[in-house]
Write a protein that binds this ligand. Structure first.
Ligand SMILES: Nc1nc2c(ncn2[C@@H]2O[C@H](COP(=O)(O)OP(=O)(O)OP(=O)(O)O)[C@@H](O)[C@H]2O)c(=O)[nH]1
Ligand SMILES: [Zn+2]
Length: 197
């Protein structure tokens, strides 16, 4: 594994959750993206609560109802602030295909394809994300074991294959709207997400 180190740590007050997050940048990441870790409270490093969240500009910033990213991010920040822990925010927008391609995929979804079919129709894998960067960041933070907030079994498998033990997975809330029901159903049907719809 590449040798990665903490580059800088800066405390930033956040209105969401009315808390302070310490934003941690890294040097030596084997990625061109500026992935970031945010530490809340006095996160113990033995077995911390961790949320690994992939960037979703439309959902995280603009409150898009097409997905569940915004509510999941807010839920994670609130819980991490309460209990202490780490948010690993990966800049792999659109499951790794980028924002423009995600918008192309949305158009195809409006024509009837599901969220995974739209990706393959555009000649992308169903999910291009690489969670090894999250594992590298956790290693640099001296975390070898964590309690992961996720419904996605692939994240647990990916972390374990990179030497991070997942003590147990904590399900996130289920945030269904009339606009994201089809998106959530596809995650359950095709990627075994543990969401009770
Ligand atoms: N290609 C594509 N990406 C999408 C679509 N909807 C949301 N996304 C992206 O999916 C990713 C969602 O990431 P997460 O919430 O971390 O992960 P998850 O796989 O849903 O798993 P959880 O840990 O259970 O939330 C973000 O990068 C979004 O931009 C879509 O329709 N097409
Ligand atoms: Zn989203």
């Amino acid at each position: 594994m590449t040798h990665i180190k903490i580059r800088n740590q800066v405390a930033i007050p956040l209105s969401s959750g009315n808390c302070v997050g310490t934003f941690i940048s890294f040097s030596g990441l084997s990625s061109n993206h500026e992935h970031i870790a945010i530490r809340f409270g006095s996160a113990e490093l033995d077995n911390p609560l961790v949320r690994i969240h992939s960037e979703c500009l439309t959902g995280d910033v603009f409150t898009s109802q097409r997905c569940d990213c915004g509510p999941q991010l807010n839920e994670a920040i609130a819980r991490l602030n309460e209990e202490g822990g780490l948010l690993i925010y990966l800049r792999q927008e659109g499951r790794g295909i980028g924002l423009y391609a995600k918008l192309d995929a949305y158009r195809l979804q409006d024509g009837g394809l599901d969220t995974f079919e739209a990706n393959t129709h555009l000649n992308f894998p169903e999910d291009s994300r690489d969670f090894s960067h999250a594992a590298q960041m956790l290693h640099a933070l001296n975390v070898r074991r964590c309690r992961l907030m996720t419904n996605n079994p692939d994240k647990v498998i990916a972390l374990k294959s990179c030497g991070i033990e997942v003590d147990y997975a904590i399900p996130t809330g289920v945030f269904v709207t009339e606009h994201n029901r089809h998106y959530l159903q596809a995650k359950v049907a095709k990627k075994n997400h543990l969401i009770d719809l």
